[in-house]
Design a binder for this molecule. Structure first.
Ligand SMILES: Nc1ncnc2c1ncn2[C@@H]1O[C@H](COP(=O)(O)OP(=O)(O)O)[C@@H](O)[C@H]1O
Ligand SMILES: [Mg+2]
Length: 225
């Protein structure tokens, strides 16, 4: 099977009041197409930094990230926006929903440029929300009227909107009860099983990590496994 993701000598330094912190400090890894991988490690070990580099939300200090054959560290402008919108589904640790839009509108937002009639976009958004257990009038609520767990599930539905090849999720079950956590895990698992997506999740939950096909452990910005 082909590699979906190849990371070489990846480094990201932050300036923290005059001194440099290497949040990601020389990482090499590869994830194959259709794999379900997890990243574990203590708080501050660099998990979120690594994930945002993979999602092209931030650029590395050095090193390369090849996703589906393309070096994403060389993308700029419209090509970068298109890549983020159509190839990647990103689930943020803090959800990042648009506050003045309803659940349904939040899921519709990334489909704005999709070649799909509006009616079908609405049907797809509604069905993605149903898949994560947000049904009926709950789809019309704005983030301010949702629990953390509901916002997390809307953010997962939004990440799936454009059929991304690569789903990157930062603690996607962190705020979910065990039933909804299982539901989200199953959705991600089924996408990998059917070969529709490659998934990389950051998780604190060792039980979840243990059920993925590949576990990467981070410590002080380096992989230990
Ligand atoms: N924007 C930033 N500016 C400065 N330091 C940062 C920034 N983002 C992360 N860091 C630092 O990088 C390290 C790794 O952070 P992070 O990737 O958030 O870890 P994790 O997600 O594993 O908890 C920490 O020491 C953190 O303080
Ligand atoms: Mg984090």
């Amino acid at each position: 099977m082909n590699n979906m993701l190849v990371v070489q000598d990846l480094k990201k330094e932050f300036d923290q009041g005059g001194h440099k912190v290497a949040a990601v400090n020389g990482i090499n890894l590869a994830v194959r197409q259709g794999e379900f991988a997890s990243i574990i490690g203590r708080s501050g070990s660099g998990k979120s930094t690594l994930l945002s580099l993979l999602g092209a939300l931030d650029s590395p200090t050095s090193g390369s990230i090849v996703i589906d054959g393309q070096d994403i560290t060389r993308l700029h402008g419209p090509a970068l926006s298109r890549y983020r919108r159509s190839t990647i589904g990103f689930v943020f640790q803090n959800y990042n929903l648009v506050p003045n839009l309803t659940a349904l509108e939040n899921v519709l937002l990334p489909m704005e440029f999709a070649r799909l009639p509006k009616k079908q976009q609405v049907a797809r958004a509604a069905s993605l929300l149903e898949g994560v257990g947000i049904t009926g009038d709950a789809q019309k609520r704005k983030p301010g009227k949702m629990s953390g767990g509901e916002q997390q599930r809307v953010s997962i539905a939004r990440a799936l909107a454009n059929h991304p090849k690569l789903i990157l999720a930062d603690e996607p079950t962190g705020n979910l009860d065990s039933e909804n956590g299982r539901r989200v895990f199953e959705i991600l698992h089924n996408l990998t099983r059917s070969g529709k997506a490659t998934v990389v999740v950051v998780t604190h939950d060792l039980e979840i990590a243990g059920r993925t096909s590949r576990v990467f452990q981070l410590m002080d910005g380096k992989l230990t496994t």
